[in-house]
Design a protein around this ligand. Sequence first.
Ligand SMILES: NC(=O)c1ccc[n+]([C@@H]2O[C@H](COP(=O)([O-])OP(=O)(O)OC[C@H]3O[C@@H](n4cnc5c(N)ncnc54)[C@H](OP(=O)(O)O)[C@@H]3O)[C@@H](O)[C@H]2O)c1
Length: 200
Amino acid sequence: MKIGMLGAGEVALSVARHAVELGHEVLLSNHSGPEKLADALRTLGPKASAVTVVEAASAPVVLLATPWKTIEAVLKGLPDWNGRILIDATNPFLETIPKLVLADLGDQSASEIVAALAPGARVVKAFNNIVMTNFNAGAERENARRVLFVSGDDTEAKQLIADFITAMGFKTIDLGGLKIGGRMQQAGGPLAGHDFLISQ
Ligand SMILES: NC(=O)c1ccc[n+]([C@@H]2O[C@H](COP(=O)([O-])OP(=O)(O)OC[C@H]3O[C@@H](n4cnc5c(N)ncnc54)[C@H](OP(=O)(O)O)[C@@H]3O)[C@@H](O)[C@H]2O)c1
């Protein structure tokens, strides 16, 4: 599968590494331009390339992995989604340094806001729950398997992303839709940031 990455920071590159290992093609995009991605491309190998945000967003599966404050700018002016899958890995932080400040989203989940900014996309919330140092430590720990959550309102899209994560070796748990499940796994929710393990 071809996966476009909106953002090429810690999350996007971590997911990209797993994706190329599984034989997928990844299209990386960032804010400061493709020349900044030379090291990442060398590390990821021939299955990875640097493209524009619009080209990355045109892939059948797209990962949104940029800071919360940028999502409106990133998702503005992209081609029609036409049912393409948008994986929302963001967490709704207004600030992260010197301390974490969560955005007040009212009664909406972060992914509902993302979905409203990407009309026609089938949005699946994933990868946001796990701290990347844990994700990068691998799927297994002490004879147990790390858990990643998925939430989404489109069953087929959610299953495809669950299968993608399972193929990486992680255990996947379906939390239901974007409103309830999304809130459970997003920063500030009860499942956020924990390193959940299931014994094998
Ligand atoms: N780090 C974690 O452990 C973790 C875990 C789960 C979820 N998250 C969430 O995932 C998201 C990404 O986190 P991260 O740690 O990967 O962030 P990061 O390392 O700071 O990377 C952010 C990326 O977004 C790009 N970007 C910023 N504005 C953009 C724009 N307007 N258009 C295109 N690309 C843009 C940046 O490009 P440039 O480098 O060119 O500026 C950079 O590649 C955040 O919402 C975060 O809360 C993080």
